[in-house]
Design a binder for this molecule. Structure first.
Ligand SMILES: O=C(O)CCC(=O)C(=O)O
Ligand SMILES: [Fe+2]
Length: 283
């Protein structure tokens, strides 16, 4: 099988949900036979870990596009998938579907770049070429664990990230519970720890996307785009997904940091915040 169009090829702008921030979810993102072939050739944890020790439980390990595109250890169908999703083909679909939400969220962006969204010059994240916007497509696993934990509590993605998507590849024989993506709304003026982590009591859940097979969740990233992963029970299998990122060379938005006294005041809640990662992945 080959792949010639992006995951958003048959999605229209009218399918975008605007509250609490622009997003789109599909529980049948690709045709079943194409999904099955991708599922069957998803790289092994050893390939994604690339020699790093998975000593941390339920932690993210990533294999980014620049290490995949010309990698003979990765199935050709997967390399096609990565090629499309780091190219203008995917960006044009993102603009067609999310263009009006992107313009509403970042009203001065096109002026700052000096080009309309459709004209942005696209590069692969981690490659050298000059670009207005870099696209990342990466394999991610969360390592198995013996205890219940959340791999990432409520946060927004990096301030350079305009758009992000997660495409879940839950194995049919994975019996673990949780690990769902949750969307939140702010209960107050946004305030952040370390630029993007959030106190659990500052936000309320508004909906979730199950960690399921062939399940895609996309969103425009801003200070409003609060999301996290629900606690996942003990597991013997990795949690598997593809992470897509559209990244600017500058910050698209600002995040107000919590003051040090407020941090001290909320210390017990600060301790509930987690962001588990294997090694020094840059993402
Ligand atoms: O693990 C997930 O499903 C989402 C992770 C996430 O939001 C992130 O890494 O920024
Ligand atoms: Fe995130």
């Amino acid at each position: 099988m080959t792949m010639s169009s992006s995951l958003l090829a048959s999605t229209s702008a009218s399918e975008v949900i605007r509250e609490p921030f622009a997003h789109f979810v599909s529980k049948a993102a690709l045709a079943p036979d194409l999904y099955r072939e991708l599922d069957a050739s998803f790289p092994t944890p050893e390939t994604i870990l690339g020699g790093r020790a998975a000593t941390i439980e339920n932690a993210a390990a990533r294999l980014p596009a620049f290490k995949v595109l010309d990698n003979p250890a990765i199935a050709p169908l997967w390399r096609d998938f990565f090629k499309i999703h780091t190219s203008t083909v995917f960006w044009q679909d993102i603009v067609r579907v999310f263009g009006s939400a992107l313009r509403e969220t970042f009203p001065r962006l096109e002026e700052r770049v000096g080009r309309s969204l459709e004209e942005f010059r696209i590069g692969v994240r981690g490659a050298e070429r000059e670009a207005d916007l870099r696209l990342e497509c990466q394999f991610v696993i969360n390592t198995p664990g013996t205890k219940t934990s959340s791999v990432k509590t409520p946060h927004v993605d990096k301030r350079q990230t305009l758009f992000a998507a997660l495409y879940y590849f839950r194995a049919p024989e994975d019996p673990s519970s949780g690990g769902d993506l949750e969307f939140y709304r702010w209960l107050r003026e946004p305030r952040f720890l370390n630029y993007r982590m959030i106190l659990p009591q500052d936000v309320a859940p508004v909906g979730s996307v199950p960690y399921g097979p062939n399940t895609l969740a996309c969103f425009v990233n801003s200070a409003q785009s609060v999301h996290g992963v629900t606690p996942r029970g003990p597991s013997t299998r990795p949690r598997r997904y593809i992470n897509f990122i559209a990244e600017l060379p500058f910050r698209a938005f600002q995040t107000r940091s919590m003051s040090i006294p407020a941090r001290l005041l909320h210390w017990p809640q600060v301790r509930q915040i987690s962001r588990r990662s294997v090694g020094a992945d840059r993402y």
